[in-house]
Design a protein around this ligand. Structure first.
Ligand SMILES: C[S@@+](CC[C@H](N)C(=O)[O-])C[C@H]1O[C@@H](n2cnc3c(N)ncnc32)[C@H](O)[C@@H]1O
Length: 305
Protein backbone atom coordinates (compact mmCIF):
# COMPACT_ATOMS: atom_id res chain seq x y z
CA UNK A 1 0.00 0.00 0.00
CA UNK A 2 1.25 3.55 -0.68
CA UNK A 3 2.30 5.76 2.19
CA UNK A 4 -0.20 8.58 1.70
CA UNK A 5 0.92 10.55 4.73
CA UNK A 6 3.99 11.94 2.96
CA UNK A 7 3.31 15.24 1.16
CA UNK A 8 4.50 15.55 -2.42
CA UNK A 9 6.29 18.75 -3.27
CA UNK A 10 5.74 20.34 -6.61
CA UNK A 11 9.25 19.72 -7.81
CA UNK A 12 7.63 16.85 -9.72
CA UNK A 13 5.50 17.29 -12.83
CA UNK A 14 1.86 17.84 -11.69
CA UNK A 15 0.75 15.10 -14.11
CA UNK A 16 3.06 12.64 -12.31
CA UNK A 17 1.52 13.57 -8.94
CA UNK A 18 -1.96 12.90 -10.34
CA UNK A 19 -0.76 9.47 -11.47
CA UNK A 20 0.40 8.81 -7.89
CA UNK A 21 -3.07 9.80 -6.65
CA UNK A 22 -4.71 7.36 -9.04
CA UNK A 23 -2.35 4.58 -7.85
CA UNK A 24 -3.36 5.34 -4.24
CA UNK A 25 -7.01 4.75 -5.19
CA UNK A 26 -6.29 1.56 -7.16
CA UNK A 27 -3.95 0.05 -4.54
CA UNK A 28 -6.38 0.79 -1.71
CA UNK A 29 -9.26 -0.63 -3.79
CA UNK A 30 -7.38 -3.90 -4.38
CA UNK A 31 -6.47 -4.21 -0.69
CA UNK A 32 -10.01 -3.54 0.57
CA UNK A 33 -11.54 -5.84 -2.09
CA UNK A 34 -9.44 -8.65 -0.59
CA UNK A 35 -10.73 -7.86 2.92
CA UNK A 36 -14.34 -7.78 1.68
CA UNK A 37 -13.92 -11.22 0.06
CA UNK A 38 -12.61 -12.67 3.32
CA UNK A 39 -15.44 -11.09 5.36
CA UNK A 40 -17.98 -12.66 3.03
CA UNK A 41 -16.35 -16.10 3.24
CA UNK A 42 -16.14 -15.95 7.02
CA UNK A 43 -19.65 -14.50 7.49
CA UNK A 44 -18.48 -11.37 9.31
CA UNK A 45 -20.38 -8.05 8.97
CA UNK A 46 -18.04 -5.03 9.25
CA UNK A 47 -19.77 -1.74 8.56
CA UNK A 48 -16.54 0.29 8.47
CA UNK A 49 -15.02 -1.95 5.79
CA UNK A 50 -18.21 -1.85 3.69
CA UNK A 51 -18.28 1.97 3.87
CA UNK A 52 -14.69 2.17 2.73
CA UNK A 53 -15.30 -0.38 -0.04
CA UNK A 54 -18.35 1.62 -1.16
CA UNK A 55 -16.41 4.89 -1.53
CA UNK A 56 -13.53 3.10 -3.28
CA UNK A 57 -15.91 1.41 -5.75
CA UNK A 58 -17.09 4.91 -6.73
CA UNK A 59 -13.61 6.47 -6.74
CA UNK A 60 -12.11 3.81 -9.05
CA UNK A 61 -14.67 4.77 -11.71
CA UNK A 62 -12.49 7.86 -12.29
CA UNK A 63 -9.20 6.06 -12.69
CA UNK A 64 -9.76 2.47 -13.77
CA UNK A 65 -10.39 3.13 -17.45
CA UNK A 66 -6.68 3.81 -17.94
CA UNK A 67 -5.25 6.84 -19.64
CA UNK A 68 -7.52 6.60 -22.70
CA UNK A 69 -10.74 6.77 -20.70
CA UNK A 70 -12.82 9.95 -20.45
CA UNK A 71 -13.16 9.51 -16.64
CA UNK A 72 -9.41 9.32 -16.24
CA UNK A 73 -8.88 12.24 -18.62
CA UNK A 74 -11.16 14.43 -16.53
CA UNK A 75 -9.69 13.25 -13.22
CA UNK A 76 -6.14 13.89 -14.44
CA UNK A 77 -6.62 16.85 -16.79
CA UNK A 78 -2.90 16.42 -17.47
CA UNK A 79 -2.13 17.77 -13.98
CA UNK A 80 -4.14 20.98 -14.56
CA UNK A 81 -5.60 21.23 -11.07
CA UNK A 82 -2.14 21.20 -9.52
CA UNK A 83 -0.91 23.68 -12.09
CA UNK A 84 -3.69 26.03 -10.90
CA UNK A 85 -2.63 25.43 -7.28
CA UNK A 86 0.97 26.22 -8.22
CA UNK A 87 -0.02 29.46 -9.99
CA UNK A 88 -1.93 30.52 -6.86
CA UNK A 89 1.40 30.54 -4.96
CA UNK A 90 0.04 28.65 -1.97
CA UNK A 91 1.83 28.95 1.38
CA UNK A 92 1.47 27.09 4.70
CA UNK A 93 -1.49 28.28 6.75
CA UNK A 94 -3.45 29.70 3.81
CA UNK A 95 -7.22 29.19 3.42
CA UNK A 96 -8.43 28.51 -0.12
CA UNK A 97 -12.00 28.72 -1.42
CA UNK A 98 -12.78 26.23 -4.21
CA UNK A 99 -15.82 27.65 -6.06
CA UNK A 100 -17.98 25.05 -7.83
CA UNK A 101 -15.99 22.19 -6.33
CA UNK A 102 -18.04 19.44 -8.04
CA UNK A 103 -16.66 16.00 -7.12
CA UNK A 104 -13.91 17.79 -5.21
CA UNK A 105 -10.93 16.90 -7.37
CA UNK A 106 -9.27 20.33 -7.26
CA UNK A 107 -9.36 20.53 -3.45
CA UNK A 108 -8.49 16.87 -3.01
CA UNK A 109 -5.54 16.86 -5.40
CA UNK A 110 -4.26 20.16 -4.02
CA UNK A 111 -5.08 19.14 -0.41
CA UNK A 112 -2.98 16.00 -0.86
CA UNK A 113 -0.09 18.01 -2.30
CA UNK A 114 -0.27 20.94 0.16
CA UNK A 115 -1.09 19.37 3.56
CA UNK A 116 -0.60 22.66 5.42
CA UNK A 117 -3.14 24.59 3.36
CA UNK A 118 -6.93 24.45 4.02
CA UNK A 119 -9.31 23.91 1.09
CA UNK A 120 -13.03 24.72 1.32
CA UNK A 121 -15.25 23.66 -1.57
CA UNK A 122 -18.68 25.15 -2.28
CA UNK A 123 -20.96 23.17 -4.55
CA UNK A 124 -24.67 23.39 -5.34
CA UNK A 125 -25.36 19.72 -6.10
CA UNK A 126 -25.16 16.40 -4.27
CA UNK A 127 -21.61 16.10 -5.64
CA UNK A 128 -20.49 17.94 -2.48
CA UNK A 129 -21.21 14.71 -0.55
CA UNK A 130 -19.27 12.61 -3.09
CA UNK A 131 -16.31 14.93 -2.62
CA UNK A 132 -16.36 14.29 1.15
CA UNK A 133 -16.22 10.55 0.51
CA UNK A 134 -13.32 10.85 -1.97
CA UNK A 135 -11.38 13.00 0.52
CA UNK A 136 -11.66 10.13 3.03
CA UNK A 137 -9.93 7.79 0.54
CA UNK A 138 -6.81 9.94 0.98
CA UNK A 139 -7.31 10.51 4.72
CA UNK A 140 -7.37 14.28 4.17
CA UNK A 141 -8.01 16.50 7.18
CA UNK A 142 -7.47 19.78 5.30
CA UNK A 143 -10.48 19.70 2.94
CA UNK A 144 -14.14 20.61 3.64
CA UNK A 145 -17.08 20.60 1.25
CA UNK A 146 -20.33 22.53 1.66
CA UNK A 147 -23.68 22.67 -0.11
CA UNK A 148 -23.56 26.45 -0.69
CA UNK A 149 -24.55 28.73 -3.55
CA UNK A 150 -21.48 30.51 -4.94
CA UNK A 151 -23.51 33.69 -5.58
CA UNK A 152 -24.43 34.05 -1.92
CA UNK A 153 -21.96 32.36 0.39
CA UNK A 154 -22.41 32.49 4.18
CA UNK A 155 -18.71 33.26 4.77
CA UNK A 156 -17.69 36.57 6.36
CA UNK A 157 -15.88 39.24 4.32
CA UNK A 158 -12.16 38.81 3.62
CA UNK A 159 -11.71 35.33 5.14
CA UNK A 160 -9.90 33.55 2.28
CA UNK A 161 -6.32 33.99 1.01
CA UNK A 162 -7.11 32.45 -2.38
CA UNK A 163 -10.08 31.61 -4.60
CA UNK A 164 -9.83 28.79 -7.14
CA UNK A 165 -12.21 27.89 -9.93
CA UNK A 166 -11.25 24.85 -11.95
CA UNK A 167 -13.54 24.28 -14.96
CA UNK A 168 -16.48 25.65 -12.99
CA UNK A 169 -16.96 29.24 -14.19
CA UNK A 170 -19.31 28.45 -17.09
CA UNK A 171 -21.29 26.00 -14.93
CA UNK A 172 -22.01 28.71 -12.38
CA UNK A 173 -22.24 31.80 -14.60
CA UNK A 174 -23.96 31.31 -17.94
CA UNK A 175 -23.23 34.84 -19.23
CA UNK A 176 -21.09 37.93 -18.69
CA UNK A 177 -23.49 39.59 -16.23
CA UNK A 178 -23.69 36.60 -13.90
CA UNK A 179 -19.90 36.12 -14.16
CA UNK A 180 -19.50 39.68 -12.88
CA UNK A 181 -21.92 39.04 -9.97
CA UNK A 182 -19.99 35.89 -9.11
CA UNK A 183 -16.65 37.74 -9.15
CA UNK A 184 -18.06 40.46 -6.86
CA UNK A 185 -19.08 37.78 -4.33
CA UNK A 186 -15.66 36.08 -4.64
CA UNK A 187 -13.94 39.43 -4.06
CA UNK A 188 -16.05 40.04 -0.94
CA UNK A 189 -14.71 36.88 0.76
CA UNK A 190 -11.12 37.35 -0.48
CA UNK A 191 -8.56 39.15 1.68
CA UNK A 192 -6.98 42.35 0.36
CA UNK A 193 -4.01 41.32 -1.78
CA UNK A 194 -5.49 37.82 -2.21
CA UNK A 195 -5.48 36.00 -5.57
CA UNK A 196 -8.18 34.37 -7.68
CA UNK A 197 -7.18 31.64 -10.16
CA UNK A 198 -9.54 30.54 -12.91
CA UNK A 199 -8.89 27.59 -15.22
CA UNK A 200 -11.52 27.63 -17.92
CA UNK A 201 -11.93 26.68 -21.61
CA UNK A 202 -13.38 29.65 -23.52
CA UNK A 203 -15.05 29.74 -26.92
CA UNK A 204 -11.81 31.10 -28.39
CA UNK A 205 -10.03 27.91 -27.25
CA UNK A 206 -11.92 25.76 -29.78
CA UNK A 207 -11.30 25.64 -33.56
CA UNK A 208 -13.42 28.29 -35.33
CA UNK A 209 -15.27 25.62 -37.35
CA UNK A 210 -16.51 23.98 -34.15
CA UNK A 211 -17.63 26.99 -32.09
CA UNK A 212 -21.05 27.51 -33.66
CA UNK A 213 -21.91 23.80 -33.30
CA UNK A 214 -20.90 23.67 -29.62
CA UNK A 215 -23.06 26.69 -28.78
CA UNK A 216 -25.97 25.31 -30.81
CA UNK A 217 -25.82 21.98 -28.99
CA UNK A 218 -26.31 23.73 -25.64
CA UNK A 219 -29.60 25.02 -27.08
CA UNK A 220 -30.64 21.53 -28.29
CA UNK A 221 -29.72 19.90 -24.99
CA UNK A 222 -32.42 20.27 -22.37
CA UNK A 223 -30.36 18.82 -19.51
CA UNK A 224 -27.35 21.05 -19.88
CA UNK A 225 -26.68 23.65 -17.22
CA UNK A 226 -23.44 25.04 -18.55
CA UNK A 227 -22.28 27.29 -21.37
CA UNK A 228 -19.02 28.31 -23.04
CA UNK A 229 -18.10 31.91 -22.27
CA UNK A 230 -16.04 34.33 -24.34
CA UNK A 231 -12.65 35.16 -22.86
CA UNK A 232 -13.09 38.88 -23.58
CA UNK A 233 -16.37 38.98 -21.59
CA UNK A 234 -14.77 37.29 -18.59
CA UNK A 235 -11.72 39.54 -18.75
CA UNK A 236 -14.03 42.58 -18.63
CA UNK A 237 -16.26 41.11 -15.91
CA UNK A 238 -13.23 40.42 -13.71
CA UNK A 239 -11.87 43.94 -14.17
CA UNK A 240 -15.26 45.55 -13.57
CA UNK A 241 -15.64 43.49 -10.38
CA UNK A 242 -12.44 45.17 -9.16
CA UNK A 243 -9.81 42.49 -9.86
CA UNK A 244 -6.46 43.24 -11.50
CA UNK A 245 -5.45 40.54 -14.00
CA UNK A 246 -1.83 39.48 -13.40
CA UNK A 247 -1.36 36.71 -15.95
CA UNK A 248 -3.20 34.63 -18.52
CA UNK A 249 -1.67 31.35 -19.66
CA UNK A 250 -2.94 29.19 -22.52
CA UNK A 251 -2.62 25.53 -21.56
CA UNK A 252 -2.61 23.04 -24.42
CA UNK A 253 -3.94 19.54 -23.74
CA UNK A 254 -2.54 16.53 -25.58
CA UNK A 255 -4.91 13.69 -24.75
CA UNK A 256 -8.36 15.20 -25.27
CA UNK A 257 -11.11 15.12 -27.94
CA UNK A 258 -12.49 12.53 -30.30
CA UNK A 259 -11.69 11.69 -33.92
CA UNK A 260 -14.37 13.00 -36.29
CA UNK A 261 -15.59 9.48 -37.18
CA UNK A 262 -16.68 9.01 -33.55
CA UNK A 263 -17.96 12.60 -33.14
CA UNK A 264 -21.68 11.79 -33.13
CA UNK A 265 -21.48 9.41 -30.16
CA UNK A 266 -18.96 11.64 -28.33
CA UNK A 267 -21.11 14.78 -28.65
CA UNK A 268 -24.34 12.91 -27.83
CA UNK A 269 -22.81 11.44 -24.65
CA UNK A 270 -21.73 14.90 -23.54
CA UNK A 271 -24.79 16.92 -24.45
CA UNK A 272 -27.38 14.21 -23.69
CA UNK A 273 -29.34 14.92 -26.88
CA UNK A 274 -29.44 13.64 -30.45
CA UNK A 275 -26.91 15.33 -32.71
CA UNK A 276 -28.13 15.45 -36.36
CA UNK A 277 -25.55 13.86 -38.71
CA UNK A 278 -25.86 16.82 -41.10
CA UNK A 279 -24.39 19.12 -38.43
CA UNK A 280 -21.31 16.92 -38.16
CA UNK A 281 -20.96 16.35 -41.92
CA UNK A 282 -20.64 20.11 -42.38
CA UNK A 283 -17.56 20.30 -40.15
CA UNK A 284 -14.17 20.72 -41.81
CA UNK A 285 -12.19 19.31 -38.86
CA UNK A 286 -10.72 15.88 -38.19
CA UNK A 287 -11.22 16.07 -34.42
CA UNK A 288 -13.91 17.43 -32.08
CA UNK A 289 -13.80 18.56 -28.45
CA UNK A 290 -16.27 19.62 -25.75
CA UNK A 291 -15.92 22.03 -22.82
CA UNK A 292 -14.85 19.42 -20.24
CA UNK A 293 -12.46 17.80 -22.75
CA UNK A 294 -11.07 20.79 -24.69
CA UNK A 295 -8.01 21.19 -26.94
CA UNK A 296 -6.74 23.97 -24.66
CA UNK A 297 -7.91 26.23 -21.84
CA UNK A 298 -6.82 29.44 -20.13
CA UNK A 299 -5.45 29.86 -16.63
CA UNK A 300 -6.12 33.38 -15.38
CA UNK A 301 -4.58 34.77 -12.19
CA UNK A 302 -5.97 38.05 -10.85
CA UNK A 303 -5.41 39.99 -7.65
CA UNK A 304 -7.80 41.70 -5.23
CA UNK A 305 -5.79 44.91 -5.02
C1 LIG B 1 -17.46 21.02 -13.76
S1 LIG B 1 -17.85 21.11 -12.08
C2 LIG B 1 -16.34 21.62 -11.34
C3 LIG B 1 -15.24 20.63 -11.27
C4 LIG B 1 -14.31 20.79 -10.10
N1 LIG B 1 -13.93 22.17 -9.87
C5 LIG B 1 -13.08 19.90 -10.25
O1 LIG B 1 -11.96 20.31 -9.94
O2 LIG B 1 -13.29 18.74 -10.67
C6 LIG B 1 -18.75 22.60 -11.90
C7 LIG B 1 -19.66 22.57 -10.69
O3 LIG B 1 -20.22 23.86 -10.44
C8 LIG B 1 -21.43 23.60 -9.72
N2 LIG B 1 -22.29 24.80 -9.64
C9 LIG B 1 -23.12 25.31 -10.57
N3 LIG B 1 -23.75 26.41 -10.10
C10 LIG B 1 -23.29 26.60 -8.83
C11 LIG B 1 -23.55 27.57 -7.82
N4 LIG B 1 -24.42 28.58 -8.03
N5 LIG B 1 -22.90 27.46 -6.65
C12 LIG B 1 -22.02 26.45 -6.42
N6 LIG B 1 -21.73 25.50 -7.34
C13 LIG B 1 -22.35 25.56 -8.52
C14 LIG B 1 -22.06 22.48 -10.51
O4 LIG B 1 -23.02 21.78 -9.73
C15 LIG B 1 -20.84 21.65 -10.89
O5 LIG B 1 -20.69 20.52 -10.05
Amino acid sequence: MNDISKPFRLTANPYEIVKVLSRVILDRFRAVSGVVRKLRESGVFDEAVFSEYSRLLKAVEWVREGEDGVGWRYFAMEGGRLLLAEKLRLRSGMRVLDVGSGDGWFSIQAGFTYPNVEFHGVELSEEFAEAKEYAKVFGLANTSFYYFNAFNMPFPDRCFDRVAMFFSLANIALNRESAQRLFIECRRVLKDGGLIGISEPFLEDFPKELRELLVRLYRLSRESCESILRFKDVEEALTEAGFRILEVNVITLHTTGSPIHRAKRYLEDYYGCEVPVKLIDRLKVDRVWVRDDPPQYRLIVAANP
